[in-house]
Design a protein around this ligand. Structure first.
Ligand SMILES: Nc1ncnc2c1ncn2[C@@H]1O[C@H](COP(=O)(O)OP(=O)(O)OP(=O)(O)O)[C@@H](O)[C@H]1O
Ligand SMILES: O=C(CO)[C@H](O)[C@H](O)COP(=O)(O)O
Length: 373
């Protein structure tokens, strides 16, 4: 969808980076403004949203940093991108979620009653229209709702969090939607590793935290995976019995017939392919790595699936895999491998979660370029 607004410069002043250079001409200027492309990324907490945002913003280049407001913020900005965390639209602070007149027994942040949908929808629509917004901040350190911050639109605005597709006003406005689908056992393995090693939690505490979120997660967050244009699904490996989650089977599920992008695939579009790469060309940890590419159905809709099971040992050798992948959204041969190497230290680089998050980021760039062409 191409959104071009033409009018007098005095009537509208969006962020300079969104506007073509022609708007700096003085007097009776005709403004040619391409509206921001808005993207939604949904996932539960601790499921790799920040990691994905790093991979995504690194593709668009420039330094990506927290918005400079001189206090705590969740908003990340670079020349091309703004990432807004939807936790900022929590209706109550941490204390208010534990108990308030409406919810004396407490409510989780995942519950639909815990989000200010009207303000969230208004801000998404305003940013999409190229307008600056004054938006709330949820402070994850203090658990409080902080004073508002001003956010200007950039060419791409990403809304990441628990519910980007829940409210139909927002869902309809989003140009592309992504769901990071981390299955329960993998979620447990990741959370256990982080919380036990870094935060002194016990196994029982980790399980309790996951179980406590489960009903509201199933009711309000998970259903969005049927709506998403792209799903990155992370499961335990089928090749090896590994409860630590080091070996993963990851699927990149892309709806067929999307308006702005088409799915990546292996070797032959539309075909069913199972590929075990030559071990002399791709160093892997036993039991090796297996790729698949096939057509499937996802909640009644036709999708293309790319699958990677297992992990690779040397990221530079990914060029061999890249040579067999098609329609990844890269601009030149080697760009996928280059991005993976650049983000080597990020979690999941050695398995399909990193590879498919990176392809997903290229697809967001592809959508952006198609929409603003
Ligand atoms: N692809 C991955 N492979 C292995 N572990 C991962 C992967 N992605 C994330 N993790 C684990 O999950 C943790 C959380 O990742 P990340 O900070 O990206 O998630 P998040 O959704 O932004 O979390 P939060 O909402 O809690 O801020 C990481 O520190 C890491 O331990
Ligand atoms: O699900 C979450 C989204 O990241 C958080 O749990 C939610 O934002 C509540 O925050 P906190 O855990 O700091 O009280």
């Amino acid at each position: 969808m191409l959104s071009l607004s033409v009018g007098l410069s005095v009537a509208f002043s969006p962020a300079p980076s969104v506007v073509s250079q022609s708007r700096v001409a003085p007097r009776a200027t005709v403004v040619e403004m391409v509206n921001p492309v808005v993207v939604g990324v949904a996932a539960d907490s601790g499921c790799g949203k920040s990691t994905f945002m790093r991979r995504l913003t690194s593709i668009f280049g420039g330094e990506c940093k927290l918005l400079d407001i001189g206090r705590e913020t969740n908003t990340l900005v670079s020349d091309m991108t703004t990432v807004i965390c939807l936790d900022d639209y929590h209706k109550w602070d941490r204390t208010g979620r534990k108990s308030n007149p409406e919810w004396p027994n407490g409510i989780t942040a995942l519950h639909e009653a815990c989000q200010d949908w009207d303000k969230m929808a208004a801000d998404v629509l305003d940013l999409k229209a190229g307008k600056s917004v004054s938006k709330p901040i949820y402070n994850h350190i203090t658990g409080e709702l902080d004073p508002y911050e001003d956010v200007d639109p950039t060419p791409i605005v990403i809304f990441e969090g628990l519910h980007p597709m829940y409210d139909e006003r927002v869902n309809k406005a989003l140009d592309l939607t992504v769901y990071l689908d981390i299955t329960d056992e993998v979620k447990f393995a990741w959370k256990a590793q982080r919380d036990i090693a870094e935060r002194g939690a016990t196994m029982e505490e980790v399980q309790k935290a996951i179980d406590g979120r489960k009903p509201d997660f199933a009711a309000y967050v998970e259903p969005q995976k049927a709506k998403a244009d792209i799903v990155v699904q992370v499961l335990f490996s089928d090749l090896i019995d590994d409860p630590t989650g080091k070996f993963l089977k990851v699927r990149l599920i892309t709806k067929n017939n999307l308006k702005h992008i088409s799915p990546a695939y292996l070797m032959d579009e539309g075909a069913s392919i199972t590929w075990k790469p030559n071990p002399n060309k791709l160093t892997t940890s036993a039991p090796g790595v297996l790729f698949k590419s096939y057509q499937d159905e996802w909640f009644g809709q036709s999708v293309s699936v790319l699958e990677m099971d297992g992990k690779i040992d040397s990221l530079e050798e990914l060029i061999y895999v890249e040579s067999q992948l098609c329609n990844t959204g890269t601009k030149y041969y080697g760009e996928l491998t280059e991005q993976m190497v650049n983000n080597k230290a990020s979690p999941g680089s050695e398995n399909g979660s990193g590879l498919f998050q990176t392809i997903c980021a290229f697809k967001i760039r592809e959508a952006f370029e198609a929409i603003t062409a």
